[in-house]
Design a protein around this ligand. Structure first.
Ligand SMILES: C[S@@+](CC[C@H](N)C(=O)[O-])C[C@H]1O[C@@H](n2cnc3c(N)ncnc32)[C@H](O)[C@@H]1O
Length: 300
């Protein structure tokens, strides 16, 4: 028979979890960047507590039942390297809580900040009527944009039918079926002749070399959500080549390429990519206007 778990407070469980995570060399790259926050999310979830109540519940004792649930999540986090969001099936993005599972990437794109700013100053918010999110995964970018811009119609596209199932769960959760359409499409191939004022994408952008070195936690995510050819830029090149044909005059393209920023700039040395800075961290996101796309990649 295993030893009963000691009676500890919420705070003590968080401290114990954080210490275990650090000792085990767990990787934090899926929403939290430190052991304390990761442990806190698992403890609060397993104990059925709300983060808003943190101050009043920190010194509360954890029951034997709650302790068993917390312990089980800690074990999975450490020994199976499952990112916390896949254990709790939830992740916050642009201030909204999304359902997540292993069919779609864990939301974490810095594009959340652009959505919160309603894409200003890159395009006037009242200028946006239609938006396309390529590689929507859980639907987080498409849905957060629809919530930030209540008059906008959004196409949430992905080549993966499994990811689209997750996106549909979130579209229904936010009751956005009237304005957000989940579309299966290989980049632009399933979109006929539609044109959009904003095309936004967090496509797969990891190359062979970086892929081989990723911490184990990333292998829990769909490979096609991460890997994109030897230099990580296969999908991005297709987006650049096809975007103008699917964009209205005065529209903009926003794409995240993360660590592949240098490789992209070297591939297209003349293209005036506008690389954005973010208050909450992250980078490798560029903006190009319709005019720039036309000048450098052709096809209006
Ligand atoms: C990095 S994930 C981004 C998911 C989500 N937009 C987010 O930010 O959390 C990339 C997504 O692109 C999708 N994808 C990969 N190749 C694609 C392609 N050729 N056409 C459309 N989507 C693609 C993957 O299935 C995955 O959902």
């Amino acid at each position: 028979m295993s030893n009963p778990l000691p009676t500890l407070t919420v705070r003590e469980w968080i401290q114990a979890g954080a210490a275990k995570f650090e000792q085990a060399g767990v990787w934090f790259g899926h929403g939290s960047d430190n052991a304390h926050d990761e442990a806190a999310e698992l403890v609060f979830f397993a104990a059925g507590l709300r983060h808003e109540d943190a101050a009043s519940v920190y010194n509360q004792p954890v029951s034997a039942e709650q302790a068993a649930r917390i312990n089980e999540l800690f074990e999975k986090r450490i020994h199976q390297r499952v990112p916390a969001a896949y254990l709790t099936h939830r992740m916050w993005f642009a201030g909204h809580e999304f359902y997540v599972d292993e069919r779609a990437l864990v939301p974490r794109s810095p594009i959340a900040e652009l959505i919160e700013a309603r894409f200003e100053p890159w395009i006037r918010r009242d200028r946006i009527r239609t938006l396309l999110d390529i590689g929507t995964g859980s639907g987080c970018i498409a849905i957060a944009a629809a919530l930030a811009l209540p008059a906008v119609r959004v196409d949430a596209s992905d080549v993966s039918p499994e990811a689209l199932e997750v996106a549909k769960i979130n579209i229904a959760r936010f009751a956005l079926e009237e304005r957000v359409r989940a579309v299966q499409s290989d980049v632009f191939e399933g979109l006929a002749s539609a044109r959009y004022d904003v095309i936004v994408s967090n496509p797969p952008y990891v190359g062979d070399e970086e892929m081989a070195q990723l911490p184990h936690e990333y292998s829990r995510e769909p490979r096609m959500a991460l890997h994109s050819g030897s230099d990580g830029l296969d999908v991005t090149r297709r987006i650049l080549l096809g975007a103008r044909e699917h964009m209205s005059d005065g529209g903009i393209l926003i794409v995240e390429v993360g660590n592949s920023e240098m490789a992209l700039q070297e591939s297209y040395p003349d293209v005036p990519f506008m690389w954005l800075e973010f208050e909450r961290g992250g980078g490798g996101v560029f903006v190009l206007t319709a005019e720039e796309l036309e000048a450098y990649f052709g096809e209006k």
